[in-house]
Each structure stands twice: as C-alpha cells, then as structure tokens.
Design a protein around this ligand. Structure first.
Ligand code: ADP
Ligand code: ZN
Ligand code: ZN
Length: 734
C-alpha cells in the first residue's frame, strides 16, 4: 500500500455514528472539510472528508474508492469541523447528518461552492469628466445614471435609480466609453452607518462589562423589555467590526421582528448578510459563502446561522436567548444557543446572551458565576414599567372568555386614545367541538387530541397533524344535534371584540391571519400608524415589537401553563406573559397589564405579578433544584414511534433492559430511567409514541452513560420496527 492509498475517513449521510473509510480518489487526496462523492450501497452520496483515517477497520483491498472530489479546498473550515465533531458527540447524532445539516441546501446537493455573480459599473476617466448638466438637456436618463455612478468603487444595478430600460441606458454609456463594467460575486448589502442615541450610563456600563479583547467570556444581559438591549448589541457589534472582526447575531424568528434587522442596517456601515428560512436556496448560499469569504462582516440569522463559517469571528450575540426556536425539534436536535456558547469557547471570543426573561439554564450559569451577569432594571427614557395585576375571573360571567372588568378597561383605554392588545396563545375559533348531551368531543382520526374549530366554526383542523374536515352535523356517539364550540381561540376573541367595539379598527395576529407573505409587516405598519387600535394575537405579537401607543395588554388566560405535565410549561408561560406585558406603555403612556386567571392564589403566579420575572425565575430555580431537574441534573429523551401500537414500548423496554445491564455492575454511574411510558400525546399522525426519559446529576455522567449505551441500542432488533431518536437536553416532552 502506498501513502496515496491510505484510507480516508468520510462522513456520509445516514445512521453511521462514525465516518466510513474509503480509498482516495485517483486524482489525489481531498482535504478535511471538503465535499466528495462516495459510493454507498448502490447510490452515490455527497459526503464530507473528516481527514483522519480510522487506521483500524477494514482491509484496504475491500474499501471502495471515492468517485469524485467536489471541493479541492476545505469547504467547511477546520474550526467549524471541530464544532461539528463536538456537536455530533454531544448530541449523539451521526456526524454525516450533522455536517450536512450545517450546509446550505445547494451545497448539500453537491452544487459548486460559488456565489452568483452580479454586474457592477463605474465611471471611466472620460466619463468622470463629462459635464452632466449639459448632458441633462438632451439625455436626462444617461445623465442621471452617470451621477449615480459618481462615487468611489463599483455600483450594482440594484443601487442605481430605478426606471425602465436601465440596461439599454447602461449599454449606451458603455458604447460611449463613459462607463466600464465587470462581474463580481454578489455582495451582501451594506448598512447606512447612521449615528444612534448617546448611550445611557447603564448602557455604557453594560457595554464595558463585556470584555472586548481576545479570550472567551460569556455574559448574560438580563434587561427588562425596553431597557435598551438592542442599543447595547449595536454598540458591541460596532466595536467588533471596527477592530476588523466579524459578528454573529442569532435571533429567534426574523419574520416576526423586521425592526431588528432594519436597525442593524440603519446603524452599521458594513456588509450584513441576513440568513433565515424565507430565503431562496441561492440567496442562502450567497450569504453563507460571503460570510465564509469574509465579505459579510455581520451575520444576522436564525437557528441554523450558528453553522456559518466566519474566518474573523470576534463576537457572538444571542438575542432572546430563552426562545424555544433555538432548539431544533427533529433530525439533528441541537440547541443553537448552547452551540453558540461552545463556538465562542472554541474560537476564544466573547458571547452575549440577551433577554428580559432568561432561561433557567442561563440564569443559573450567571448566578453560579460561570457567566458575567449584567442587569438593566429600568426602561430607557420616561416610560416606566407597566402596572401588572391579576384579575380573578372565578364565577364572573365571561363573554367568549372576556370578563366585564377587562372589557371596561379596554373601553377606557380606547377612549383615551390608547391601543389595546388581547393576548391568547391559541389560534382558531375554539379548541374543541363538544356534544352538549353526552360530552363527546370531536377527535382527530390520527391523533389523541381534539380538533380545533376554525373559520368561525365552519372547519375542523388538527393542530398536531394538519388533518382537516367539515364539522359533523350531529354527535358521532349519541346522534344529538346540539354541538357547541368549547373554549376560545383568537378568532373567537376577535369576533367578540368586534361586536363589543364595532367602530374600533381591529386586526388579528396569528399564523392563519398572516400566512400571506408580507401580511405581518403590513399589519405592523398599521399598528404603528394607529390605523389599528385593537389587536388580538398569539405569541407572534408578544415578542420584540415596539408599539409606542399600546397602553393596555389583556392576557385572556394564563392558567394553561400552571398545571401542565411538562415541567417547563410554567417557565414558558411566565416568559410569554412578561414579553407580552413588555409591549405595553413603551413610550408615552404608562402601560397596564391585566391577567385573567382562575387561580389568583397560585404562589408562583403571584410572585410573577408582584415581583417580576427575575424573582419568579429564582424561585422556580429553587423548585427545580429540589426536583433535580435542569439546570440541576441533565436529561435525555429516547423517543420511539410506530404504526404498530406495541412496537415503541417493546423497543424502549429492550433499551431499558440494556441500560440496566450497564448500570447494575457499574453502580457508580448514577443514571435514572423514567419509563418507558406512553408519550403525553400518545398517538400523533397515526403513529403510537412512547418515551424513555434519562436523568443524571451531571452532564458528564449522562454523557458517559450514553456513550456506552447507544451502541447497544443501535443493535436492538426491536429498533428496526420503530422510528426512534435521542434528544439530548430536550425542551419539549410531549
Ligand atoms: P430592548 O432591546 O431592551 O427592548 P431597545 O434597545 O429596543 O430595548 O430600546 C427601547 C427603546 O428605547 C427604543 O425605541 C430605542 O430606540 C430607545 N433607546 C434605547 N437606548 C436609548 C438611548 N441611549 N437614548 C435614547 N433612546 C434609546
Ligand atoms: Zn353526544
Ligand atoms: Zn391529527
């Protein structure tokens, strides 16, 4: 065997925990991080070179050669490969899938790693000397374009004055020899670099608290809504780009907060690439490659932007770090926030985690001194914190879920010129269709859940599998015709408010009403111009928006989170209520928040209302500590589902037996198994689902156990009859 034939380890897609060995391609070796085409069974797949050879394993004469080298240089830089290898180990997800998840779709499919080109233009020396005033008389369009080009550097067509026949005008200018053109890779847009407000003293202190130099540090910025966190991000980002570094900003959902993106473009004078799910594949590829080439200095993106290569990374910012959307819920189940901390560590750069409502994990890290902790308890400017109170609705008459006192308050605020928001985190008309005679509820045929009424009661939809059908005319159990819509969704609240306040312009904000592209942005503009006075919405409206004239927020129902089987439900409820309360009274008027509840005596709810999220979260941390739940103790969830109803349980039983075999002789490994048990939503989309939850006192203990256990689970014959997955640090236990 010559050196050229040393087997090369390659990460292929599929269930392979490690890389597979191949013989190099005849054309020579491919570097680590490059894409190659590898034969796999009868297929050829796009795979990533790991670089090391496993050394052990199959004799070279039984290995197959790679069939193509796609990239001659590393597509995924070494630093990112290290993060991906680490993530594959920590989340126990196959390295091939991890690497391919990290790539834009086109690269995953083997598309060349090349940006689209754009044609750019500039004046020639002759063109620069022309008298455009004179030209204006006879050829005004040409003159206008020449003026637009009278600036340093090259100008793309999109930056020139719009108008018909631009291409023709440019062609004529080119003929005259007044302009020249070339093609270059598409560049991300450059921000305006306008000055912002002078920072307050509290903001300056916060900026100073984030170490600017080299070296890893993590900082929690715990600042109430409206305390000026975004200004702090902007100041830190500016400091980093001015010293020649790139900045990665992760945000929950860009579609919901167009204002944040606008603010970055307004205030920074560098190229900014925005990466989110609304882009075309080609746009996403351009942005990713521009970041990798250093042509984008700021990357602003959602979850998967964590995998963007950035050669000069100098700072990571995670906005709304508590947000659930940072966790991927299927396939490679990673937390972008946690990977961001890891990435900052590996790159030796600071990371800032900002939020008004920190997750208990991050809060605990700050309280334990692992993270710096910066707190902002005051809003910027004159606006004070909104006044929050509970409204006991027990035994009060409710009109479609709304109590008289809440409606009266709404009337008062509207009369005084304020805007009113009613918040309910449930879309549709009513969450169930109930038989008044026998209590039957229309179930989904494929799931263990009731169907939600939509379209004012004209359509039934399942929120778990998407099934739809018209409502039945009579009960399918007793035949009665008295079927009633039970409970409220945003549609029903909106209908009630429309009849209560017929003259007040109102809009609903939920996934149904904003499905059309651009619909949400249009509605938000109408809120700011006060064309809309009354708003009804789900969490879509709860986050990030700045509504200066909103003076009353009504939380229609906060009780859902109080008694859930999911231990995180109450944390999420408090975060949502606090975020939505933060929309009130941000500017001119003092805000008021009214929370309707049937449990006014609930101690944590009272604490939230009287002392705020910070004290609430610290009390909840104490409860988690007693129970050994995260962040005290680590969890992993083994999930299985199948059409065959008994298969998931059989698989999990076998997995559990394998775990006992490991745990009993090693008594020191303290991992508890909870289950197997049916999942809280036992049937979804026609499949039966079951869970096995694992808990250990520490991350490292859980990890050691998983490393020993999973190879055994992989080998279980029962596993072939189910779909199964492991979720490390699960967020969703349903
Ligand atoms: P957060 O991100 O904490 O919700 P923002 O940064 O959006 O807070 O600030 C809230 C409001 O206060 C915004 O309208 C912002 O323009 C304004 N603001 C923030 N900092 C200052 C400042 N130093 N001077 C004047 N206005 C400010
Ligand atoms: Zn009935
Ligand atoms: Zn369903």
């Amino acid at each position: 065997m010559t050196a050229d034939e040393t087997p090369v380890r390659v990460f292929v897609p599929g269930p392979f925990r490690q890389g597979l060995d191949y013989l190099p391609h005849a054309a020579g070796p491919a570097p680590a991080g490059a894409r190659v085409e590898a034969p796999l069974g009868r297929r050829k797949v796009v795979a990533i070179v790991d670089g090391t050879s496993s050394g052990a394993g199959i004799a070279p004469d039984r290995l197959r050669p790679l069939t193509r080298i796609i990239d001659t240089e590393p597509l995924i830089p070494e630093a990112m490969m290290n993060l991906l290898r680490w993530a594959s180990g920590y989340y126990h997800h196959p390295a091939g899938d991890v690497c391919l998840t990290a790539l834009p779709a086109l690269l995953r499919q083997g598309h060349p790693a090349a940006r689209r080109v754009e044609r750019v233009w500039r004046l020639t020396p002759t063109g620069a000397q022309l008298d455009t005033d004179a030209l204006m008389q006879r050829a005004s369009r040409q003159a206008r374009i020449l003026r637009a080009l009278d600036r340093p550097g090259w100008t793309a067509q999109g930056e020139m004055p719009a108008g018909d026949g631009l291409a023709g005008v440019l062609a004529r200018l080119l003929e005259h020899g007044w302009v020249e053109a070339r093609d270059r890779p598409r560049m991300p847009r450059i921000g305006r670099g306008a000055d912002g407000p002078a920072l307050t003293e509290a903001q300056r202190e916060a900026v100073a608290a984030v170490p600017g130099g080299a070296g890893f540090s993590a900082t929690l910025l715990e600042g109430v809504t409206g305390s000026g966190k975004t200004e702090i991000y902007l100041a830190l980002a500016r400091r980093a780009v001015e010293s020649g570094r790139q900045v990665l900003v992760l945000v929950p959902e860009i579609g919901l907060t167009p204002q944040l993106v606008d603010r970055f473009f307004e205030r920074l004078s560098v190229s900014i690439a925005v990466l989110h799910s609304g882009l075309t594949d080609a746009e996403r590829l351009d942005g990713w490659l521009a970041a990798r080439a250093g042509d984008a200095r700021v990357i602003l993106g959602t979850r998967s932007a964590i995998f963007t290569p950035m050669p000069d990374l100098g700072l990571i910012i995670v906005d709304e770090e508590h947000d659930g959307s940072f966790k991927q819920q299927d396939g490679f189940r990673y937390s972008a926030r946690d990977l961001a901390v890891r990435r900052a560590q590996q790159a030796g750069v600071p990371i800032l985690l900002g939020t008004a409502t920190p997750s208990l994990e991050t809060l605990n890290n700050a309280l334990q001194g692992r993270y710096h902790h910066v707190r902002l308890s005051q809003r910027v400017g004159r606006a004070g914190q909104p006044v929050v109170r509970l409204l006991d609705v027990r035994s009060r008459p409710l009109r479609e879920g709304l109590s008289r006192p809440l409606l009266e308050q709404a009337a008062q605020h509207l009369e005084q010129g304020g805007q009113v928001l009613m918040f309910l985190n449930r879309r549709g008309f009513a969450p169930a269709l109930l038989c008044h005679d026998c209590g039957w509820q229309m179930p989904c045929r494929h799931c263990d859940s009731a169907m939600t009424l939509h379209a004012g009661g004209q359509r039934l939809c399942c929120h778990h599998c998407g099934a739809q059908r018209p409502p039945p005319a009579q009960c399918e159990r007793c035949g009665s015709r008295s079927l009633i819509a039970l409970g409220e969704g945003t549609e029903r609240i909106a209908a009630a408010l429309r009849s209560e306040f017929p003259d007040v312009p109102m809009a609903r904000f939920d996934r149904d009403s904003t499905a059309r592209k651009g619909a949400l942005a249009q509605l938000l503009t109408q809120v700011r111009s006060k064309a809309l006075r009354l708003l009804v919405g789900t969490q879509m409206i709860a986050k990030g928006h700045d509504f200066p004239d909103l003076s009353l927020v009504g939380v229609v129902n906060a009780d859902g989170g109080l008694f859930s089987t999911d231990f995180r439900a109450i944390e999420r409820m408090a975060q949502l209520v606090t975020q939505v309360a933060g929309r009130a009274g941000r500017d001119r008027r003092r805000g008021e928040v009214i929370i309707q509840t049937h449990h006014p005596g609930h101690p944590l709810l009272q604490l939230l209302v009287s002392e705020g999220y910070g004290r609430f979260a610290r009390a909840l941390l104490e409860e988690r500590k007693q129970a050994g739940l995260p962040p005290f103790g680590s969890l992993a969830l083994l999930q299985a589902e199948a059409r065959q109803p008994r298969a998931p349980d059989a698989f999990l039983q076998a997995a559990s037996t394998a775990a006992d075999r490991l745990l009993v002789p090693q008594g020191r490994l303290r991992v508890e198994l909870w289950g197997p048990a049916p999942a809280p939503l036992e049937r979804r989309a026609g499949r039966t689902r079951a869970h096995l939850l694992l808990r250990a006192d520490s991350r490292s203990e859980l990890q050691r156990f998983l490393r020993a256990w999973l190879p055994e689970v992989d080998g279980l014959s029962e596993g072939r009859r189910v779909r199964w997955a492991l979720d490390v640090d699960p967020q969703d236990l349903t």
